[in-house]
Design a protein around this ligand. Structure first.
Ligand SMILES: Cc1ncc(COP(=O)(O)O)c(C=O)c1O
Length: 400
């Protein structure tokens, strides 16, 4: 007789990630995947990381093999503060803690800031692991409309009008090259969003793993940087970022910039989760950054993703009658909408039969999914794979 285990309410019937469910098809021989938000393995800076790792293991004392401070290795925090300054946000070393990927930063914030039933706004559509974390935390997830430029702040102002101030606890967003839409929020909307946060008394979690991967257009300051310019907005933006997309997700190095009261509580929460982020990978990351390797690598990384993105957009053009797509200025994703009778859900099995994978858009919605949407990532496959994958997708479209 199986034991009758007693689970917490959140884990009685938890739903796993819809995207991870798709990963079983990756084992299908010859599968070409446009599904994951995985960086290109060919772009990993093996030499730079090899040097940083060799330096790490040669360092005395060998602190990187010992437990480390929960807030992170001082040398890495210094490098990350300098990185934030280069990105236009004046951040002191003490304002920043290292997290085990930015995903952990988000989870810690929910532990610290969110009472069960609290209302949280997310973009519609948004990053599914954030939705999953919010659901497990017992949040009441509300979605805010977006268009091709990201959050529609005018619509948000209307949505918030009449609500008591303080009724929304948090707003989570990926303003720069969003996952899944690739959209980049323009400056005027960023300022409008900050003013709304002040007016309606909510905190903003700005998730920025993709911002450094710009390959077209002009940089736009982060919400964190802009919060200094908007009366009352200081201390309202918590910024999460990561080395996953620009260096290697296997390092599991992310960071959080947050006001002291929030940061200190996140550290207490982190103590019970993992004591500290791996000091070994932190030291490698610190050495890599101190060697100037990231700054050297970024231009060719962005150029590489630009080439892949353009290749994918070109390959999608013959399907334009059935698939309307976005043209991002950075990041890793193209967002598409099926039209003229093409059904994204019906398309998926046809695509799998043709050995090509994408993510149906429904996974990215907190409520009222748009069944016509799909997400394609151009990041991981090589150029020839992009060509071949799109030929297969075209066959799948014809068969759907
Ligand atoms: C929007 C967004 N936030 C966070 C993450 C997680 O990043 P990390 O590897 O730093 O945990 C991802 C990864 O796909 C992402 O797309």
């Amino acid at each position: 007789m199986p034991l009758d285990y007693r689970f917490t309410p959140a884990f009685e019937n938890p739903t796993g990630s819809a995207i991870r469910e798709l990963f079983k098809y990756l084992a299908q021989p010859g599968m070409i995947s446009f599904a994951g938000g995985y960086p290109a393995a060919a772009f990993f800076d093996q030499q730079g990381l090899q040097q940083a790792a060799a330096e790490a293991i040669g360092q005395t004392p060998l602190d990187c093999l010992q437990y480390g401070a929960t807030e992170g290795l001082p040398a890495l925090r210094e490098q990350l503060a300098a990185l934030m300054a280069r990105r236009g946000a004046a951040v002191h070393v003490d304002d920043l803690i290292v997290t085990t990927g930015s995903q952990q930063g988000f989870d810690l914030l929910l532990k610290v800031l969110l009472a069960p039933g609290a209302q949280v706004l997310v973009e519609r559509p948004t990053y599914p692991a954030a939705l999953q974390a919010l659901r497990l935390a017992g949040a009441q997830v509300l979605s805010a409309a977006t268009d091709a430029e990201g959050l529609d702040t005018q619509a948000l102002a209307e949505q918030l009008a009449g609500r008591p101030s303080g009724s929304i606890a948090l707003l989570y967003c990926v303003p720069t090259f969003a996952n899944p839409t690739g959209a980049c929020l323009p400056l005027d909307r960023r300022l409008a969003l900050l003013r709304l946060a002040v007016q309606h008394d909510f905190l903003i979690i700005e998730d920025d793993p993709y911002g450094a991967l710009r390959f077209a257009g002009q940089d736009v300051p982060s919400l964190l940087a802009l919060s200094e310019q908007v009366d009352g907005a200081q201390g309202r933006v918590i910024h999460l970022s990561s080395l996953s997309k620009v260096l290697a997700p296997g390092l599991r190095v992310g960071w959080m910039v947050a006001p002291a009261a929030i940061r200190q509580r996140c550290l207490v929460a982190k103590q019970t989760v993992d004591l500290c982020t791996s000091p070994w990978t932190q030291r490698i990351a610190a050495n890599y950054l101190a060697n100037g390797a990231l700054e050297r690598a970024l231009p060719s990384l962005a150029a590489g993703y630009k080439e892949k993105c353009e290749r994918m957009l070109a390959g999608l053009r013959p399907m334009a009658e059935y698939l309307e797509v976005s043209a991002p200025a950075g990041g890793m994703f193209i967002w598409g909408r099926c039209r003229n009778g093409l059904d994204a859900k019906a398309l998926l099995p046809k695509a799998i039969a043709q050995n090509v994978l994408f993510v149906p858009g429904a996974a990215f919605y907190g409520e009222h999914p748009d069944p016509s949407s799909i997400r394609l990532s151009f990041a991981a496959p090589g150029l020839a794979e992009i060509d071949e994958g799109l030929t297969r997708l075209q066959r799948a479209v014809a068969a759907a």
